[in-house]
Design a protein around this ligand. Structure first.
Ligand SMILES: [Zn+2]
Length: 189
């Protein structure tokens, strides 16, 4: 799934009515698994000046980059963080953060066809090949993508009232307008 959907869906799922401060930790956990991808894009594009075609065609699949991505999408490592947060530190913030990362990995597990991560890094290099994809039209993205947007919209409506600050509410509205708007534009064309 795209990062925006992860963020909104995870915050909505992990939100607790009287604890809006937890939203921040759900946010970080939702973004972190995709962060290495943004770093990859920035380094390759702006520093190494790799042409876009090469970027996704070959550089993306280099072992070093793949390992870097895997580090942030590794269920065993996230479980260690969850265990430390729950048993050692008794920290609700870390527990929410780790759960948000797990949710991200769980949704990605189901929506990546041939571009999934090594879910159980470093224990195994198994990669699940889901029959559906959130972007690849050869694997039902034509159905999956609109569903993803609808789920995101529903999660946003649910979440809106739980956001306490005006800036958070505006951010939620803007993300939806940009994301759904660009999709509809693309779709209508
Ligand atoms: Zn992801």
């Amino acid at each position: 799934m795209v990062t925006q959907s992860h963020v909104i869906l995870n915050i909505a799922l992990l939100s607790k009515r009287e604890k809006p401060f937890l939203h921040f930790y759900a946010f970080i956990g939702a973004v972190l698994p995709d962060l290495p991808m943004f770093i990859f894009f920035a380094v390759e594009t702006f520093i190494l000046r790799t042409p876009q075609r090469e970027l996704w065609g070959s550089r993306y699949f280099m072992e070093a980059w793949q390992t870097f991505f895997d580090l942030f999408n590794a269920i065993p490592l996230i479980l260690i963080v969850l265990g430390i947060g729950y048993y050692l530190l008794n920290s609700e913030r870390i527990v929410v953060f780790a759960w948000s990362m797990l949710l991200h990995c769980g949704f990605d597990f189901l929506t990546h066809h041939d571009d999934g991560h090594h879910h159980f890094f470093p224990l195994s290099d198994f990669v699940f090949e889901s029959p559906i994809s959130y972007w690849d039209r050869d694997h039902y993205a034509g159905i999956v993508a609109p569903i993803e947007r609808l789920v995101m919209l529903a999660a946003s409506i649910y979440l809106f009232r739980r956001l306490k600050t005006r800036i958070a509410r505006w951010a939620l509205v803007i993300i939806n307008v940009l994301f759904l708007g660009s999709y509809l534009l693309f779709f209508l064309r």
